[in-house]
Design a protein around this ligand. Structure first.
Ligand SMILES: C[S@@+](CC[C@H](N)C(=O)[O-])C[C@H]1O[C@@H](n2cnc3c(N)ncnc32)[C@H](O)[C@@H]1O
Length: 206
């Protein structure tokens, strides 16, 4: 099972995705610094590199993942940093958020939502975002000229370049980009194309 695959990856020494936060975290910090109590949820948090970054910077962080081993490491990382994170085991396709968040955040986990479920999932995430709040996503997109990574999962579904924008037509796009970056996960050098988006929920005027 893919779940066990992540557990096996995370059971090794060190941090599979490293300890450096995803670059988009710094943009969130710039655009919405925690000058008041800001609630953030990290979907598919893995070993916690981003969740711990946000907690260290003063956000109130909740995070979930399907991998118990990843969650254990995230908890350890939070302890080492002297911060508290609300961690729970959950599947992106069944977890329904209770309460509203200032920031709904994901890096590299939206490919587990089947395409026919995406519309309802994003409606839900958007309903659970406060006005003025952000949805922040970093998504692997397929490009015909980039070979599939050797450690790419079979249970992941394809996202196409720009697809994420269609879920945010009515939101203010604070940041969007596409880049190709080198990755050494699994010990085999390869590349990923990534779409990154920061969208703000603005009160509509009809
Ligand atoms: C590419 S990793 C990214 C981890 C983390 N966001 C980061 O950037 O370091 C994808 C993560 O999604 C988790 N995952 C896989 N299927 C999932 C699902 N159905 N629901 C929630 N998380 C899932 C995996 O366990 C893994 O930790």
């Amino acid at each position: 099972m893919e779940n066990e695959k992540y557990d096996r990856r995370y059971a090794r020494d060190g941090y599979y995705w490293g300890l450096k936060p995803s670059p988009i975290c710094y943009r969130v910090l710039q655009l919405m610094p925690p000058e008041r109590n800001l609630k953030l949820i990290d979907i598919g948090c893995g070993e916690g590199r981003n969740a711990v970054f946000f907690a260290r910077n003063g956000y109130s962080v909740t995070a979930f993942d399907t991998s118990p081993v990843g969650l254990m490491k995230a908890s350890r990382l939070a302890d080492e940093a002297g911060v508290k994170i609300d961690l729970f085991e959950g599947d992106i396709n069944t977890v329904r958020l209770t309460g509203k968040y200032d920031i709904i955040f994901s890096t590299g986990s939206l490919q587990y939502i089947p395409p026919d479920q995406r519309h309802s999932m994003f409606v839900h995430y958007q309903e659970q975002t406060v006005f003025g709040g952000f949805n922040v996503h970093s998504i692997i997109v397929r490009k015909p000229f980039i070979p599939r990574a050797s450690d790419a999962e079979k249970s992941a579904y394809k996202w196409v370049s720009g697809e994420i924008l269609k879920y945010y037509h009515e939101w203010k796009i604070e940041f969007i980009n596409e880049g190709i970056f080198d990755c050494n996960s699994g010990g085999v050098p390869h590349q990923h194309a990534i779409n990154r988006i920061i969208a703000r929920k603005v009160d509509g005027v009809e």
